[in-house]
Design a protein around this ligand. Structure first.
Ligand SMILES: NC(=O)c1ccc[n+]([C@@H]2O[C@H](COP(=O)([O-])OP(=O)(O)OC[C@H]3O[C@@H](n4cnc5c(N)ncnc54)[C@H](O)[C@@H]3O)[C@@H](O)[C@H]2O)c1
Length: 440
């Protein structure tokens, strides 16, 4: 890249980044922010994390971790070395050179973007924005957010972007629970409001991460993330619809996918399941459809896949109901045990998990529902807290067990002899054929 750094302020910031004396700030210390903070601290920067939740701040300062992929020992070593600290006090922004914003971007009930977390974080930053500061938004959001929403807030101070302060968007692509690809070795896409912003953003990430991919604008960077997650959401929607078709035609969808996946080009396997979960795939595409509606384009693929994926918990409950009926029982009055409530394998996150919908639907039909999950000791159902039960005991007593999350480390095959009826939504019982096993 040719140098876009014209102002003295930019050159000074570039120097601080190069010699790792830049004071780094990370706003929002969750699944995205804490791993990022740890990565920059490990690279040699002094990092300050800012979060509104006092207990998270206290745990970090005490050398503890509440994020599964980050070992407490790693936090402890960085805190002891004076490389990492956390605070709830935004006034520290005045002394920071870089700021990464990693706050939540949920949907409102109407499926419209909830920008309140970004807005409130930026309002705080705007109070302390100063010459020589680089701010990077990492929260997944609709194309245009950085330029249309964040930039006006930060430049309301009279500072000029690209000359006095610098602003980028860089989508976070972390995949919790993925042992192979983590913050450090997932390529980092970054686009700035001006070429100098992009150059500084790319230089900054290159100091801590293995591979940086600069793009021409914040909008491109915002859209990259939405393409990735919409691609997943739509392909999962397609395969879920195929699963429903295959059930009608008595074809084993899992066998179909395995055979199709032997094609060495032009096919990528996606798998059906009980529905989408997590803070990304069920949500992000609706940020895009909201924005595209404003541009006069209906995002029909997104709406359709959203509908099909949203039907999957109902489809699972119908499967349970039909299987019980075939055995002379009804959902009402039956005990149904849910195996796994996290939204995907080997993680502790239940945000948007289809397990919660399935439990709710079964309870509404009069079932007694229990659950077990080695990663999730309790869940909140409306106003009530539901505690995990002992798996072996519950499976033995229940009229049916539904495998909703296929955590590794569970002996699924042994279920066949322990449960009168198993509804397997993940093909955890791959290769097992038994009269008491019903597959999605
Ligand atoms: N979780 C993932 O796998 C993942 C992956 C890629 C991208 N993302 C995106 O990254 C963003 C963050 O997601 P997450 O999963 O880390 O969320 P999270 O809820 O785990 O963490 C967000 C943190 O921000 C804090 N926070 C909220 N408002 C704040 C404010 N105004 N000031 C300071 N702190 C504030 C919260 O207390 C919380 O600790 C979202 O936009 C999400 O879509 C998430």
């Amino acid at each position: 890249m040719t140098s876009e750094i014209a102002s003295t302020t930019a050159a000074q910031l570039a120097e601080k980044i190069a010699n790792k004396t830049a004071q780094v700030g990370i706003i929002g210390l969750g699944y995205v922010g804490l791993p990022l903070a740890v990565e920059f601290a490990k690279a040699g920067f002094t990092v300050t994390g800012i979060d509104l939740v006092e207990s998270k701040v206290e745990r970090i300062n005490a050398g503890d971790s509440y994020i599964q992929d980050i070992p407490a020992g790693e936090v402890q070593a960085l805190v002891d070395a004076g490389k990492l600290r956390a605070t709830t006090d935004f006034s520290v922004v005045a002394g920071l050179d870089t700021i990464n914003i990693c706050v939540p971007t949920p949907l409102r009930k109407t499926k419209d973007p909830d920008m309140s977390f970004i807005v409130s974080a930026c309002q705080e930053i705007a109070k302390f924005v100063h010459p020589g500061m680089l701010a990077i938004l990492e929260s997944t959001t609709y194309p245009g957010t950085t330029d249309e929403l964040v930039l006006p807030m930060l430049s309301s101070t009279g500072l000029e972007v690209g000359r006095d302060f610098f602003l980028c968007f860089s989508p976070e692509r972390v995949d919790p629970g993925n042992a192979k690809f983590q913050t450090r070795n997932i390529p980092k896409v970054v686009g700035g409001v001006t070429p100098a912003c992009t150059q500084l953003g790319a230089q900054f990430y290159a100091q801590a991460l293995e591979h940086v991919v600069p793009v021409s604008s914040t909008q491109v960077a915002e859209m990259v993330k939405l393409l990735e997650n919409t691609f997943r959401m739509i392909n999962i929607g397609l395969v879920n619809e195929l699963a429903i078709m295959c059930e009608r035609m008595s074809i084993n969808i899992w066998e179909v996918i395995d055979a199709a996946a032997t094609k060495p080009f032009g096919f990528m396997p996606f798998y059906p399941g009980p529905g989408l979960g997590g803070h990304c795939i069920p949500i992000d595409p609706f940020y895009l459809s909201w924005k595209s509606k404003q541009a006069g384009i209906e995002a029909r693929f997104i709406e359709l896949a959203g509908y099909i994926n949203g039907q999957m918990p109902h489809f699972v409950v119908e499967k349970v109901q039909n299987a019980l009926n075939d055995r002379g029982k009804a959902v009402k009055g039956s005990h149904i045990h849910i195996l796994g409530v996290a939204y995907k394998r080997d993680i502790d996150d239940v945000r948007e998990s289809p397990a919660l919908d399935i439990i709710h639907l079964l309870q509404r039909r009069g079932a007694t529902v229990t659950y077990s999950d080695p990663f999730v000791p309790s869940i909140r159902m409306d106003q009530e807290i539901m505690l995990a039960t002992d798996e072996a005991e519950a499976v033995a007593k229940a009229d049916a067990t539904v495998i909703v999350t296929d955590h590794a480390g569970t002996d699924y095959k042994s279920l066949v002899g322990r449960s009168p009826l198993i509804v397997d939504t993940r093909n955890a019982l791959r290769g097992v054929s038994a009269p008491n096993v019903i597959r999605l």
